[in-house]
Design a binder for this molecule. Structure first.
Ligand code: AMO
Length: 434
């Protein structure tokens, strides 16, 4: 008698039919003998009509956030954007909330502080726009993944409990691990390189941990790192080219499969063809000149400088992205390959997107002796890296790769001012719940 429709996008094709759909009661707007009931289905809101005339239940049974099955007829409705609505005949109540929501979740936008939004995350995420952020994030992962799969990258899963830090610095979490020294992985760096010796091209999309002690809009203590690593490269430029294609192909996928969410959030999709490239020192000088600033730090960018550089590059080239290459060796990890022609700089890069670093990547040292010398020059204990150095000892191709912060990429794409908006359950210095 009725058809159960599982793909909500297809409702439109069934006008005139009686169907069964399910969802949450998102909003109830009562009028006399009549009501609009907005149903939140898995992907979109569906307008349902209650009327004493054709509905065989009473409105008092329903609360916002009740879970229901609806049996009703799809009728065309030229006033609504989607062109149809559902005349509710019968409902089955699957569950009723025990109390009303502590915050209003069915407004067009969530008008509350970030803290309030995060404190009630299990329900604030039910807001249509909040949800769309993560639907798009899923689309971004899907885009990266399908691109990498098409390009012969093998997906790997590396340990998150490790014996040594890969990225250096103080931002590493020690953990209690029986009687051994252990840490939470700052990145899959060592393991992805080792696996280049096995599979040639690998990738991983997984959580990593950074003990950042500051409360900033771009740092999380746990974030999702999109990593890839590839062997037999000619130079670090191969990595930048691969990343450009990966982002291009992901944005194309979003435009095709996530139009609903992109429109809902009014996303301004950047165009990407060739990404402009500038050397670190040149970028420093450009910012100093354009904005009449003194160079304070010769080894790294200040956050403000990343913003200014992006702004400047946008003005000159129209691009929302810019690759900065040749970072000083001093500030890069011991695995980064130095540029033989440009002393004290590395064959590495960062990608800035709308004022924020979203990626670090580059070519790695593959020669055993060279790697040993670099460790020595930094007074690092090679014994701690024995299993890592095994790959160098037993032969590695020239290789390189990158790490991209998923939350940062999502936040810049959607122009959200804080990475926490692009994190389901952010972990920061003040937050371990929910
Ligand atoms: P890096 O340490 O620069 O490089 O990290 C790579 C990218 O990860 C993101 N990121 C973060 N996102 C949120 N919160 C944080 N605390 C945070 N820290 C970093 C950024 C950054 O660009 N192994 C190298 C990558 C490589 O060379 O392959 C690495 O981890 O988007």
């Amino acid at each position: 008698e009725h058809e159960e429709i599982l793909k909500i996008e297809e409702l439109r094709k069934h006008i005139g039919e009686t169907v069964k759909i399910h969802g949450f009661v998102y909003k109830i707007r009562k009028m006399k003998g009549f009501a609009f009931i907005i149903l939140r289905t898995s992907r979109r809101l569906v307008q349902c009509i209650y009327s004493e005339e054709f509905s065989e239940f009473t409105l008092s049974e329903l609360m916002e956030e009740s879970c229901i099955n609806v049996i009703g007829t799809i009728v065309s409705d030229t006033r609504s954007k989607v062109g149809y609505e559902i005349q509710m005949k019968q409902i089955e109540i699957l569950s009723t909330p025990n109390e009303e929501s502590p915050v209003v979740i069915n407004n067009k936008s969530m008008e509350m502080s970030l803290d309030t939004l995060l404190n009630s995350r299990p329900i604030t995420l039910r807001n249509e726009k909040e949800r769309a952020i993560f639907k798009i994030q899923a689309g971004i992962c899907k885009g990266f993944r399908s691109f990498l799969e098409e390009n012969q990258f093998t997906e790997i899963h590396t340990p998150k409990i490790v014996a040594t830090g890969a990225e250096g610095g103080a931002n590493i979490f020690p953990i209690e691990y029986f009687k051994k020294e252990a840490y939470l992985a700052q990145s899959p760096q060592f393991y992805k390189q080792m696996m280049v010796g096995v599979f040639e091209r690998v990738y991983e999309i997984a959580p990593v941990f950074r003990a950042e002690k500051h409360d900033t809009s771009r740092h999380l203590n746990e974030y999702t790192s999109v990593d890839f690593e590839m062997g037999f490269i000619e130079s670090y430029v191969d990595i930048m080219k691969m990343e450009t294609r990966m982002i291009y192909s992901t944005l194309e996928l979003l435009k095709e499969e996530y139009r609903y969410e992109l429109e809902l959030l009014k996303v301004n999709i950047p165009s990407i063809t060739e990404i402009p490239t500038i050397k670190f020192m040149e970028a420093k000088q450009l910012i100093a000149k354009e904005y009449r600033r003194d160079i304070q730090d010769y080894y790294d960018f200040e956050p403000e400088e990343e913003k200014l550089l992006s702004e400047c590059i946008k003005k000159i080239t129209g691009s929302d992205f810019v690759f900065v290459t040749h970072y000083p060796s001093e500030k890069r990890p011991f695995y980064a390959m130095d540029d033989k022609n440009n002393k004290n700089t590395t064959l590495s890069f960062d990608l800035l997107f709308r004022g924020l670093e979203i990626t670090t990547g580059g070519q790695r040292i593959h020669n055993y002796k060279e790697q040993m010398m670099k460790l020595k020059s930094r007074s690092m204990n090679a014994e701690l890296f024995e299993s890592y150095l095994m790959m160098h000892k037993h032969g590695m191709p020239p290789h390189g790769g990158l790490g991209l912060g998923l939350e940062r990429f999502t936040a810049r794409l959607l122009e959200l001012e804080n990475v926490r908006y692009a994190t389901l359950f952010p972990r920061d210095i003040n937050r371990v719940t929910p």
